[in-house]
Design a protein around this ligand. Sequence first.
Ligand code: ATP
Length: 277
Amino acid sequence: IHRNGLLEFSMPKLKMADIGGLENLKKWLEKRAASWSERARQYNIPAPRGVLITGLPGCGKSLTAKTVSTSWNVPLLRLDMGAVFSGLVGSSERNMRNVIQTAEAMAPCVLWIDEIEKAFSGVGSSGDSGTATRLFGTFLTWMQEKEKFVFVVATANNIDFLPPELMRKGRFDEIFFVDLPTSAERTIILQIHLKKRLNNATVLGNTVVDDTFLQALVEKTEGFTGAELEQVVVAGLFEAFSENRAITLDDFLTAIDNTVPLVVTQAEKIKAIREWA
Ligand code: ATP
């Protein structure tokens, strides 16, 4: 990882297979990967501009941004939007132009704008001194006119207060909403994290991670985010580690009991809507 104040450069090593669920998003990205090739030029297909991914924290938005760069084999530039906003008059615009120039110089690349709502939610509101609106204007024009292949991945926990212009066609190619994982998705996410960490016989002892084992965990984790499922796996391992013994199913079940999902209220709301529908 290399940092220049506004941008953080990296070459993440994450595969699409490291993301459980988010099938539509993954399929879309895989299909779009080919559209910046020479072959696509022959068909006059424009290079993809970017995606906006919104949804609950801990459900894989950041993970997706990193994965795009690995699977397209291009560098990832993470933009710290907070750093763009500078106290000095004129500096914010200079910072924004600097970011755009750097990204274009590094093309092809992925420009990941994390928590974009923090930068642009106030655009046009009475509290905005004009800086956010000007930066937003610069950004939108660039999104529409950019010729270099700089694929923008913007992630947001909440898009309710983002300016509608950002959501209009032609800015982002697609907007994806990332929801809590379903039970089938939880199975895959748990499998991913168990496989990553349970790779040694000492830790496993006689425990076999089969369908029954997974099912027991999946049933008890309704409303858990991907990040919380990962946390359950780590907490279960810690349980066994601190007692210096092989892991058992009970270690994970205890870890689940000790986890209060952050979005429990949303989960209940979503469940109620689904039951009603
Ligand atoms: P935030 O807004 O808090 O950054 P996020 O949606 O970007 O949330 P991530 O940072 O991608 O969430 O998730 C945190 C971690 O949780 C990931 O690094 C990953 O290990 C795990 N995780 C989350 N979602 C998934 C998923 N769908 N599949 C596999 N692992 C996941």
